[in-house]
Design a protein around this ligand. Structure first.
Ligand SMILES: *Cc1c(COP(=O)(O)O)cnc(C)c1O
Length: 462
């Protein structure tokens, strides 16, 4: 299996190359040239297997023999052994036909652990094999940095530098990063805001001369391996609820579109899915595009569901590539126009998208109302991201007889502010984390200049 760019101009890559590469050099994102297909029998055979075994079977075709089966099974098993629940991602029944898929039992209590626990191990495997080392740089406004750090803390051949804006990250989020005392983990508090931190990371990727030939690796959601790892839980949940004999629907709190796109991949690979519901907060580009064909940027809104605060959904490009019948030129033209001015999708691809996808947008006041309402009805305290999915599942659902799975993307203790605003006393951290506020922290404060940050990386990488 080879991987090709959504803009049609970059060279096709192997699995190993695609794991080590972020953006394609034509500005596009890598996708598999052809998708593996699971027969009804292959799906039925997965019923009752462990999450790690389902993960091995679903991902094996993408790895394409570039890692031997025993080694790959070992990486997968280790990745999901870090989760604090025997089912890894348990399904919880809310009412007659509505389920929550709890994605928050990993080390940082949010769904990004599912992909990053595996990605760190894959990167380390390939780097060791090539006898190379690499540097990861990333900027975080609080949430994703910790998942990347937890995914890489045991990697011998990787050093990870995560920049966060000094004094502008909540204490729990900062401590989830800074209490990881591994000697390949470097937390940098920038005396500036998130945009400053992100700009320095972007500039470092654009010009890597300061590293003197070392490789800089991106672990953001444009990395194909993250999508690949996320396909697994759609298959696992579908099979648990009766696939291949029964259809299932999913409601997905969405931002960069990586999570729900992985679901779409599972569907294209043979999982019977009735409907995908894209839930957004007030940053509703996906909802506007689907319902009003308004594919345009709007100013960023800071919401109670901050991990969904985006202006552009980077992985939407992967779906567009499919909807435009894999015409890289058409996708490139559309996205170039989108960068400059409000635009719209062509009729045919939009109609294709609307066959499987619905959408719903939820504002902050409604998020609070949903947290209260869901608790009243089900006894569950939802986190604010999950609350958008819960409401979208109710309002945009096509039929009641198909089981609906809402993806619970974060643990409510991680977003206590919204939970308290909704009128609750807060939610305790899970017991394995209850000493987080007492643990030793380590981080460096640096001025917001590119020179200072790059010098720090050069001085500290191993
Ligand atoms: C990242 C994130 C999302 C959005 O996922 P995308 O793949 O970007 O669509 C939703 N909820 C939480 C808690 C997240 O961390």
């Amino acid at each position: 299996m080879r991987y090709v760019s959504t803009r049609g101009q970059a060279p096709a890559l192997s699995f190993e190359e695609v794991v080590l590469t972020g953006l394609a050099n034509d500005g596009g994102l890598y996708v598999p040239e052809t998708l593996p297909h699971f027969s009804a029998e292959a799906l039925a055979d997965m019923a009752g297997l462990s999450y790690a075994e389902i993960a091995f079977r679903v991902m094996k075709p993408f790895v394409n023999g570039e890692i031997d089966d025993d080694t790959f099974r070992g990486l997968v098993t280790d990745a999901y052994a870090t989760f604090n629940h025997d089912a890894v991602l348990p399904l919880k029944q809310l009412d007659a036909n509505h389920f929550l898929l709890e994605q928050f039992h990993g080390p940082t209590l949010a769904f990004k652990d599912v992909a990053l626990q595996l990605l760190g191990r894959l990167l380390d495997h390939f780097l060791k094999k090539r006898n190379e080392r690499a540097v990861i740089m990333g900027a975080t406004s609080g949430d994703t940095g910790s998942a990347a750090i937890e995914g890489c803390r045991h990697c011998d051949n990787l050093d990870i530098f995560i920049l966060h804006p000094h004094n502008r990250v909540s204490e729990v989020q900062r401590r989830q990063m800074t209490t990881v005392l591994a000697n390949n983990v470097f937390n940098v508090a920038i005396e500036g805001n998130f945009d400053d931190a992100q700009a320095m990371v972007k500039q470092s990727f654009a010009n890597q001369d300061f590293l003197n030939g070392s490789r800089l690796v991106a672990v953001n959601s444009i990395n194909w391996a993250r999508i690949m790892a996320q396909i697994v839980y759609y298959v696992a949940a579908g099979v648990a609820l009766g696939a291949p004999h029964r259809e299932v629907s999913f409601s997905v709190p969405s931002a960069n579109f990586g999570n729900v796109f992985a679901g779409y991949m599972a569907y294209k690979m043979g999982l019977p899915v009735k409907q995908f519901i894209i839930a957004t907060n007030a940053n509703d580009i996906l909802h506007r595009t689907l319902t009003a064909n308004d594919f345009s940027k709007r100013e960023l809104a800071a919401t109670l569901a901050p991990s969904m605060d985006i202006v552009v959904s980077s992985n939407f490009e992967r779906l567009l590539f499919d909807a435009y019948e894999r015409d890289g030129h058409a996708v490139a033209a559309l996205l170039e126009r989108f960068q400059i001015e409000p635009t719209a999708l062509a009729e045919a691809p939009l109609a294709t998208l609307r066959e499987k996808f619905s959408s719903f947008s939820v504002d902050d006041a409604t998020i609070l109302e949903v947290i209260r309402e869901a608790h009243h009805r089900t006894g569950e305290i939802l986190d604010p991201h999950t609350a958008t999915g819960y409401r979208a599942a109710e309002r945009a659902r096509a039929d009641q007889s198909t089981p609906m799975v809402t993806l619970a993307t974060a643990h409510p203790a991680k977003f206590a502010e919204a939970v308290v605003k909704a009128g609750f006393q807060g939610v305790p951290l899970p017991t394995h984390m209850d000493d987080l506020l007492e643990r030793e922290e380590r981080y460096s404060v640096l001025p917001a200049t590119l020179e200072a940050v790059q010098q720090f990386v050069v001085d500290n990488r191993r």
